[in-house]
Each structure stands twice: as structure tokens, then as C-alpha cells.
Design a protein around this ligand. Structure first.
Ligand code: PBG
Length: 323
């Protein structure tokens, strides 16, 4: 049967009918809010390329998280900007570094908030790369211990989950073993499993003050052209013990999300990155698109493609709108 017996418009006639047949829905619990924290007090530095986002200090981070929780946000992911950067990125595993301090404050003030931490070296190294530099390139194996030390510092401070975003080979297994040996076998790992070398990270690198000072990240992040390789990355991270796997960026990589959803049963996260957020805001600021409409459309599309959860700078607005 086809037209005229079949009329697809019948179920689109009213809002209530459309609600009844909607296949994909969003909920506040789907969102993870990324936040940037730096040493100091009373800081709320606007990040120009990411409207509504700020570099915060520990005190204002707690305020922001309290307000976000009021909007219905249940989880945050923290990115740290250290006091000093050095070649090794040593502040990354300092128990009194910016992220451990932030975790302790948040767990004290807002114990129910899920505090996830980004585990990577690029914010802490003076060269801005995601690991130790040997002979002009990021050395994989020398970086693994640095990442494990960073993850352990976050675990000791009380993080609810660690999220390695560096793309070194073997880091999930290495971090898993280090956590287990130190008594943190209950701490889950969310792996940035299929992380592409993307131009859409531009605004983030301003926010986190982490652009590479030479070269680029293509020797460790993935080539945007490769989908089969993304499936291998995800499979390897799961084999090494990842509890949640992530695809990043989100919107230009919906095919990767869909394929990952079909192949793997593990919880799947998608990161709607800074450039995606900046792009929508910039077009809306010009009056070219409606921000609210494209926010819902983009988040729904990411969920429809297969994401169980979405890391997004829209988390507060979206969760608030769903309450
Ligand atoms: C750290 C990291 C980056 C992002 C998350 N973790 C930047 C990068 O890899 O250059 C990007 C997030 C965003 O753009 O919103 N390695």
C-alpha cells in the first residue's frame, strides 16, 4: 500500500500525536557539562568563542555546579588549567593541583553530582602536546605512566570517573591496572575511544589554554577519514577495560556513532565539542539560525545516531528546558 491510503502526515497533525510517535527523547540525565577550572578565587573569565562558558576558580566552580544541578544537570567533566606548565606536565598529578582541589570541593558541597575528570597532559605541558615529547614527537610508552599518575591523583581526590582523552595506545589498560593496584577497582573509565584530529576543538584550546606549540595532534588523534579504524579503537579500549566509550566530535561523526551503537553493547558517549557549540552560537548571533531550535535538533540527532549520553556545553540549557 502507498499513497493515497498511506498518508505519513496523519501522525504529524498535532503536537500530542507527534509526541506519541517520537522515537528519540532527551532527558536531563543524558547530559554531561564540561567545565574549565583554574587557580585563584572569584574568577569567572568569559570564554569569548564559547558564549555562556567561563574559566572558573574552585569557589565559582562550586557555585556553577550548584546552579547546574538546579537546572537538572547530574554530571560534569572537569578540565584543569594549572598554575605552571612544564615540559613533563607535572601539575597533572599533584594532589594539591587544580583538579584534585576541585574534586574535593565538589564532593564536599555537592556529593550527588557525578564528577568526571579529563585525563590528558596537554593542559599541563608547556609544549601543549598530550604526552611526553621524545625526538620531536609524543612518545607513547613514556606517556602512559604520566597519565596513570594523573588518574590516580584524581581518584585519591574522590573523582567518580576518569576520562582519558590523550589517544595513546594502551592507556586504558595501563590506567585500569594502576587504579586497581591502588585500590580503586570500583572507579569507572570513560575512554575517548574514537577521538578524531579535528578543527572543531579550536575554541576549547583557547578555553583550556592548551594549543600545541608546534605541529599538530595528527600523530595520535585519528584521521577524520577513517571509520573502520574507529571501530578498532573502540574494540581495543573495551578490551583494555573501558566502561564507557566515546566518539568525538559528535555532529560531523554521526556515522561513527551509529556504527559503534550497532557493533558494541557498552554505554556510548558523544562529545558535542567546542567548535560545534561555537558554530551554532555564531550563526544564531548573526540571526541566521534559531539557537534553541538547533540546540534541540543537534542533541536529538546525536542521541538518535546512538549516543547514550552527550558531553555538551548546552547541558545546563538543555537540562533546564526539560525540567
Ligand atoms: C584534551 C581535550 C581536548 C578536548 C577535550 N579534551 C582538546 C584536544 O584534543 O585538542 C576538546 C573538547 C572540545 O573541543 O570541546 N586532549
Amino acid at each position: 500500500m502507498g499513497y493515497p491510503e498511506v498518508r505519513m502526515r496523519r501522525l504529524r497533525r498535532t503536537g500530542a500525536l507527534r509526541d506519541l510517535v517520537r522515537e528519540t527523547t532527551l532527558a536531563p540525565a543524558d547530559f554531561i557539562l564540561p567545565l574549565f577550572v583554574r587557580p585563584g578565587e572569584g574568577i569567572r573569565n568569559p570564554i569569548v568563542s564559547m558564549p555562556g562558558m567561563h574559566q572558573l576558580s574552585v569557589d565559582t566552580l562550586v557555585e556553577e555546579c550548584r546552579d547546574a544541578a538546579g537546572d537538572g544537570v547530574r554530571a560534569v567533566i572537569l578540565f584543569g588549567i594549572p598554575e605552571h606548565k612544564d615540559a613533563e606536565g607535572s601539575e597533572a598529578w599533584d594532589d594539591d593541583g587544580i583538579i584534585p582541589m576541585s574534586i574535593r570541593a565538589l564532593k564536599r558541597e555537592l556529593p550527588d553530582l557525578v564528577v568526571i575528570t579529563d585525563v590528558c597532559m596537554c593542559e599541563y605541558t608547556d609544549h601543549g602536546h598530550c604526552g611526553a615529547i621524545i625526538d620531536g614527537d609524543v612518545d607513547n610508552d613514556a606517556t602512559l605512566d604520566l597519565l596513570a599518575r594523573e588518574a590516580l591523583a584524581h581518584a585519591r581526590a574522590g573523582a567518580d570517573m576518569v576520562a582519558p582523552s590523550d589517544m595513546m595506545d594502551g592507556r586504558v589498560g595501563h590506567i585500569r591496572h594502576a587504579l586497581d593496584d591502588a585500590g580503586f577497582s570500583a572507579l569507572p573509565i570513560m575512554a575517548y575511544a574514537a577521538k578524531f584530529a579535528s578543527g572543531f576543538y579550536g575554541p576549547f584550546r583557547d578555553a583550556a589554554e592548551s594549543p600545541p606549540q608546534f605541529g599538530n595532534r595528527r600523530s595520535y588523534q585519528m584521521d577524520p577519514a577513517n571509520a573502520r579504524e574507529a571501530m578498532r579503537e573502540i574494540a581495543l579500549d573495551l578490551k583494555e577495560g573501558a566502561d564507557i566509550v566515546m566518539v568525538k566530535p559528535a555532529m560531523p561523526y554521526l556515522d561513527i556513532l551509529r556504527e559503534a551503537r550497532q557493533r558494541f553493547d557498552a554505554p556510548l558517549a558523544a562529545y558535542q565539542v567546542s567548535g560545534e557549540y561555537a558554530m551554532l552560537h555564531a550563526a544564531a548571533a548573526n540571526g541566521w539560525i534559531n539557537l534553541d531550535t538547533v540546540m534541540w535538533e543537534s542533541l536529538t540527532a546525536i542521541k538518535r545516531a546512538g549516543a547514550d549520553m552527550i558531553l555538551t556545553y548546552f547541558a545546563r540549557t538543555a537540562a533546564g528546558g526539560l525540567q
